[in-house]
Design a protein around this ligand. Sequence first.
Ligand code: ADP
Length: 619
Amino acid sequence: MAPCRPGGLDMSTAGTDRRGVDTPTLRQVLRFGAKTLQLVWGTNRRLTAAVGIITLAVALLPALATYLSKLIVDGVLDAVASGLPADRTAVIMWVAAEAVVLTSLLGSRRVLRLTKSLLHAELGYGVSRAILDKSLALELHQLEDPAIQQKILLARQHATSRPFGLVNRLFEQLQYSLTLVAFGALLWTFSPLAVLLVIVGGLPLFVGEVRFSGRVFRFYTGRTPEMRERSYLESLMTSDAAAVERLHYGAGPEIRRRYTALFGKLYDEDRRLQTRRAGAALGLSTLSSVVFFATKAWIVWEAMLAAITLGQMTMFVGLVKQGQGAVTSLLTSAGGMYEDLLYVSNLYEFLEIPESRRPGTSTQGTGPGDGIRLEGVSFTYPAGSRPALDDVTLHIAPGSSIGIVGANGSGKTTLVRLVAGLYRPDSGRILLDGLDIEQWDRGALRARMAVMFQPFTRYKMTAGENVAMGDGLRDSDESRLWRAAEHGLAADLIRELPAGLGTRLSRRFLDGRELSGGQWQRLALARTFMREGSDILILDEPTSAMDAAAEAELMAATRKASPAQTTILISHRLANLRQADRILVLEQGRVVEQGSHDELVDSRGAYQRLFALQAEPYQ
Ligand code: ADP
């Protein structure tokens, strides 16, 4: 869900960048690999054990089948030579045994595929859940950290594929290694040199795979800037959000021209890569074939010299052929592990980010009735060059009404977030009823404050859910939703929706509705009033997208509904702040003036100049 700043659509390119991922050390690689195995085991033990056992069967049955084919050929020769019915029966028994083994092998491969895909799905869900749980446990400043966002993005994109890919490769390597050991043991009886030739014959295709897999990976995972640019251009041409300006400015043809140019460039690279890959594969597989046929000629030669039986010849040739394939598969699987480990490392780095704050436990302050105090509070955003708030000290008594004014970027929104406990001051402290808000239980602190934030979020849910979000989306009865809607000036608009509170608010849904900026703001306001028991109300530009009368109406209704509530109102419409007990003027993160409207006008400072400017057109 993207927060929406009124008046601005974020059409920036979203994507991942490999540069944001640190290369793990060998120790980390081993640790993360072990953790992934634990994760799989923890996800579904029975299924993991089943995959393991079936892998054993799939690994060992081919060698058994090859050995049986030797027994059959040799048995046929013996039966022909002896002419005994008993020998013929024995051969038929071997054929039956081979049939059982091969059928079991086919069946096992199918069941293995099934169990693996089930494990894949379960593991993917488990990993996604871990990512989401971690995300929910992080604080705002952590979630706003671009490096952490990068990790989340990568982890989410590869949640299902990479951890499973890693585990799957481990199972594959177990399978191919066992197959090779069994093949090797049988082939050793012919010659150790033949075993070596199998390994040498399997190498070329692996080398080709590894050389190209890196490039193919870079090309297809869409992390090159061109791929990101291409999907961004696509979204500009198809998204509804970008359509208004695109149509008006007539930018469509130029965007499409750029898209086509990019496509051509990417396709050219793709074609060259694929052609080179196919060429290399052809050359390398020829090399493998040469090794195979040389070994085969040797085996056949030995059979002609009667050094081995015809059955042995059949078996050894089969072993060399399948063995080469197993060597290639084993090495390719090992080669791909590194890439998986990179992603899995990113996942664990994200999951291991410390949750920095231990929440407090107090549910009331040491000085009830003291209100809110800021003592020398300073705060700089991680990427900020200057403090967003600079040594702010103030006291807000319970029941008082405070207005805050200041130019864009003067720190108003930051102040609200600090008071709500979403950021921690770099220095100084914020007290509620005499107790540092760090020591307050999060739930108790939340219950005291009703805050309308800037920017607020437009939830693509029903109108009712947009309001109920103010109480954490818990089941709330309709009368409560309507009360909040009335107070938030949203009742009329909800009544006019086709399904009232149940109307889905998004054009993405067929029966959904879209709202105007001001209407969305009314819903956000209604959401704020869901927190009925709170004694502090903070409104950050609550009616900036509404008509001028709305704010006055809102403030009058608020005063009437809860006269004892502390209210903090941030507004650019100074006329609406006139009634406030005290007005703070912020400039570059500092409180530069404060007092009642009349006092500030008399003192002829920044406030007075601003007020005169706003009053001018009406004089
Ligand atoms: P206001 O609400 O008065 O317009 P803000 O409190 O939003 O001002 O911003 C104060 C300063 O902090 C501005 O210079 C702004 O650029 C910066 N700022 C605001 N939000 C962030 C953020 N999430 N990360 C970095 N800097 C920020």
